[in-house]
Each structure stands twice: as structure tokens, then as C-alpha cells.
Design a protein around this ligand. Structure first.
Ligand code: PAF
Length: 282
């Protein structure tokens, strides 16, 4: 596995691969890799000849009250996991490499990022779009894999690819889960044993929404209320939001669910804020 730290060298490597007719698969990450990321790498391999992983903690997607400096940086462990997983190229740029001094051009997303996680994190998805657009220009992938756990991010990236005509296929990676249903996340390590034991309530709440939906319930308010009631059974859990929105526009629903809808929740369980989601399809 080759480690590359400059945009120019990465672009040259990508152009050389393309000249050889190789299909490039890309998994962008902020490092601190776990089984969830590795499942995305395996999926990228199924869609490409060469897999590139990027490890870059992107400052522009952190808000003023979010601790960019404290985000875990575990490059040596990440490198070893990528090597073991058969990643071909690991792109690990510095902040000035991605944001040259005086950088003054960035992307703004004006619709999908207004609800769910974006409502409480103004500018977050603008930062995600900006860095992913840069990474696409540097890695030149044919296909890029994004996890379904970050449902809003996946939809924002798809919209960016559509609107800016990036020639990149976006492949969604199913959420990797612990045996008890908890979505895998680097944040899970910050729960104590008591909190960890209660954390599967997120998945149970979504299961309940799926069960009621399958039984014919179409009122989003009733489905949200049922999910809230389930989360309320866990004393360690504090709801940030539980919402059901249109799966394509991510806008709130004004009536019964008649098109695919995204049920999404963000819940603090102790220190970490965990997210999960499911799509309800009529
Ligand atoms: O999902 C993430 O880890 C990040 O938002 C991403 C896509 C790597 C952009 O920094």
C-alpha cells in the first residue's frame, strides 16, 4: 500500500491508473477507522480495480462549538487496518495541502442541509461538500462509497454530484452494526458500560417505526411518538431529534407518508451523540 500526502502526487497516480484503464474506487474518511469503514472498503473493492482511502480530519465541517482539535487522530492504526484490508493507496494530506493559505472558494448547499443534523450544525454540510469536491478532483474516482448511517450526508453528496455534474458513481454502504443492533461508530467508544447497554434503543425505536409502518400506520407524528416512547425507556438517552422527512428532499412531511420517507434520529447516550435511520417505503 502506498501512502500519498500531496494532491499533485495523488492526481498523478490517479491519472496513471486511469491511463491503464483501471477503475478507481474511493472511500473518504476522517480516520479513526473501525469495522464500519472497512465494510465500505470491501464494497469499494467490489466496484473497482484499485481502492483509494483518504484519511483527513476536515476543519471546515466542524462548527465553532465542535472540537476539531480533539477529534481522534489514529493514523498508525488506520494505516495498519487499510494495509490489512488490501487498500492500494492511502491519501493522507495535511490541512494546508487541502486548504492552501488564503483559500477563498467553497461550496454551499442550500436545501437538503436545512433539516435533521444540518439544522443544528449550520455550515457542516457546506464543509463536507467542499472537502469531498476537492477530494474528488484529487483522487479522480470512478466510484465513491458513502455509509448509509450518515443518511443526510449521503443525500447531500448525491445532490452535489448531480448538480455539479461530477462523473462519479455514488454507492451507498449498508450500516455496519454490533450484534445487538447498535450502528458502528467511532463515538461508541465514549460510552461507559451502562450507557452502552442502553444504546441499542436507537435501533429498537427504528424497528418499532418499521413494524408500525408495515402494519399500516402512515401518520409521521404517531410514528415519531412511538419512537420517542421507546427512547424514553432508556434513562441514559437524551433525544436531540427524531424526525420523519421526505427521503429525497429531506423536508418535513405535512401529511401521511405516501412516498419513501426517512426516519432519522440523533440521541445523546452519555457523552456521544449517536445517529441512526431507516427508510420507510410505502
Ligand atoms: O463521513 C465522514 O467521515 C466525512 O464527513 C467525510 C465524508 C470523510 C468528509 O470529511
Amino acid at each position: 500500500m502506498k501512502i500519498i500526502s500531496t494532491a499533485l502526487e495523488m492526481q498523478q497516480a490517479a491519472l496513471a491508473l486511469r491511463a491503464q484503464g483501471k477503475r478507481i474506487g474511493f472511500v473518504p474518511t476522517m480516520g479513526n477507522l473501525h469495522e464500519g469503514h472497512l465494510s465500505l472498503v470491501r464494497l469499494a473493492k467490489e466496484h473497482a480495480d484499485t481502492v483509494v482511502v483518504s484519511v483527513f480530519v476536515n476543519p471546515t465541517q466542524f462548527g465553532p462549538n465542535e472540537d476539531f482539535a480533539a477529534y481522534p487522530r489514529t493514523f498508525e492504526a488506520d494505516r495498519a487496518l487499510c494495509e490489512k484490508e488490501g487498500v492500494d493507496l492511502l491519501f493522507h494530506p495535511s490541512v494546508p495541502e487541502m486548504y492552501p493559505d488564503g483559500a477563498s472558494v467553497s461550496l454551499v448547499e442550500t436545501a437538503l442541509s436545512r433539516t435533521l443534523c444540518g439544522a443544528a450544525r449550520p455550515g457542516h454540510f457546506d464543509g463536507v461538500c467542499t472537502v469531498v469536491a476537492k477530494l474528488f478532483h484529487i483522487v479522480l474516482p470512478h466510484v465513491a462509497v458513502f455509509g448509509e448511517k450518515d443518511a443526510q450526508q449521503l443525500r447531500v453528496i448525491r445532490r452535489m454530484v448531480r448538480d455539479l455534474r461530477f462523473p462519479v458513481e455514488i454507492v451507498p454502504g449498508p450500516t455496519a452494526r454490533e450484534p445487538d443492533g447498535l450502528a458502528r461508530s467511532s463515538r461508541n467508544q465514549y460510552m461507559d458500560a451502562k450507557q452502552r447497554a442502553q444504546a441499542p434503543c436507537l435501533r429498537r425505536a427504528l424497528d418499532e417505526s418499521e413494524r408500525l409502518f408495515a402494519a399500516g400506520e402512515r401518520d409521521p407524528r404517531k410514528l415519531v411518538a412511538a419512537m420517542r416512547a421507546l427512547i424514553a425507556e432508556c434513562p441514559a438517552a437524551k433525544v436531540d431529534y427524531i424526525d420523519i422527512v421526505d427521503d429525497e428532499t429531506l423536508q418535513p412531511l405535512s401529511g401521511p407518508i405516501e412516498r419513501p420517507a426517512l426516519a432519522a434520529l440523533a440521541v445523546w447516550v452519555g457523552k456521544p451523540r449517536l445517529i441512526d435511520n431507516t427508510v420507510l417505503r410505502p
